[in-house]
Ligand binder design. Structure first.
Ligand code: SF4
Length: 278
């Protein structure tokens, strides 16, 4: 059996940077907190917890405390609230997400209705919405385009959540173009996501089995899995090596492996070891 590992498997630079910043902060400060998990991966979350960083749900008095902003970023309101409550803020927002914030604000300043192609519930999308004075429209799939609202828009600025599937986003854009006379579109899918998606459009055709590693809570892993599954039905999404079943690998010569942007190297190596043992 030949094991083919995607070049882009695992941490993207934004996640790597956020984790490094979190661990460095934990070494030099005592009371460090985060609003939610640093990234969507249980192993990474555990290592952050073990470093002494605590998760909180909302902000209370911040005297003597440090708030770490996660890779997904946060709203302007949260940042202001933290400062007002006396928190020291360390910002680990991915630079790519910050760039999207800037684009969204500048489109809004041009008088555009902001449309975000992405998942309404995702922290990154909430953070983008939270940069704006006006209400953004969020569309996640073709079937949920609010046509009645769309038909009333004369001028729109459209951006995409950094980890969305480009093909899905472009299909939505095509429909929006039919109804909105003026559109300023920015493809804000980040580079690491583009590279991962491009690789996973090729690998499932060259390997008889595909293993995609990442947490079931990771949206970018889900999208990689969906692309892989659409090209090769022998695609499996696992969070750890223990989930791999021997029956998946019957008589297979080539196994492709890739992993989401928040999947640590240790999870990838464990899967490789398990495949070698099989
Ligand atoms: S997936 Fe992209 S936007 Fe998200 S943290 Fe990684 S590099 Fe940044």
């Amino acid at each position: 059996m030949k094991i083919n590992l995607a070049k882009s498997a695992g941490f993207c630079f934004g996640v790597r940077k956020a984790i490094t910043k979190a661990l460095e902060t934990a070494k030099t400060r005592k009371l460090v907190f985060m609003l939610g998990d640093i990234v969507h991966n249980e192993k990474v979350v555990e290592s952050i917890r073990n470093a002494g960083i605590k998760k909180i749900r909302r902000l209370t008095s911040g005297a003597g405390k440090t708030l770490l902003i996660r890779a997904h970023g946060s709203s302007k309101h949260t940042l202001q609230q933290a400062k007002n409550l006396g928190w020291q803020v360390i910002d680990a927002t991915c630079p790519m997400v910050k760039e999207i914030h800037g684009i969204a604000r500048s489109l809004e300043n041009n008088g555009d209705q902001i449309i975000i192609i992405g998942d309404k519930q995702h922290d990154e999308v909430r953070g983008i919405i939270g940069q704006l004075k006006t209400k953004a429209l969020v569309i996640d799939k073709l079937q949920s385009i609010p046509l009645a609202k769309i038909k009333k828009i004369k001028k729109a600025g459209i951006i995409i959540q950094s980890t969305q599937n480009l093909d899905n986003a472009l299909a939505i854009l095509e429909i929006l173009r039919k109804y909105i006379p003026k559109i300023d579109f920015h493809n804000t899918i980040c580079n690491p996501t583009r590279i991962k998606q491009n690789e996973v459009k090729i690998m499932p055709k060259k390997n008889s089995v595909m293993i995609i590693i990442g947490s079931k809570t990771s949206a970018n892993t889900k999208r990689i899995y969906e692309i892989s599954k659409s090209l090769n039905k022998n695609s499996y999404w696992v969070n750890s090596a223990q989930e791999i079943k021997k029956t998946w690998l019957k008589n297979d010569k080539n196994v492709g492996i890739t992993a989401g942007a928040s999947t640590p190297e240790s999870s990838i190596q464990e899967v490789i070891q398990k495949l070698k043992n099989i």
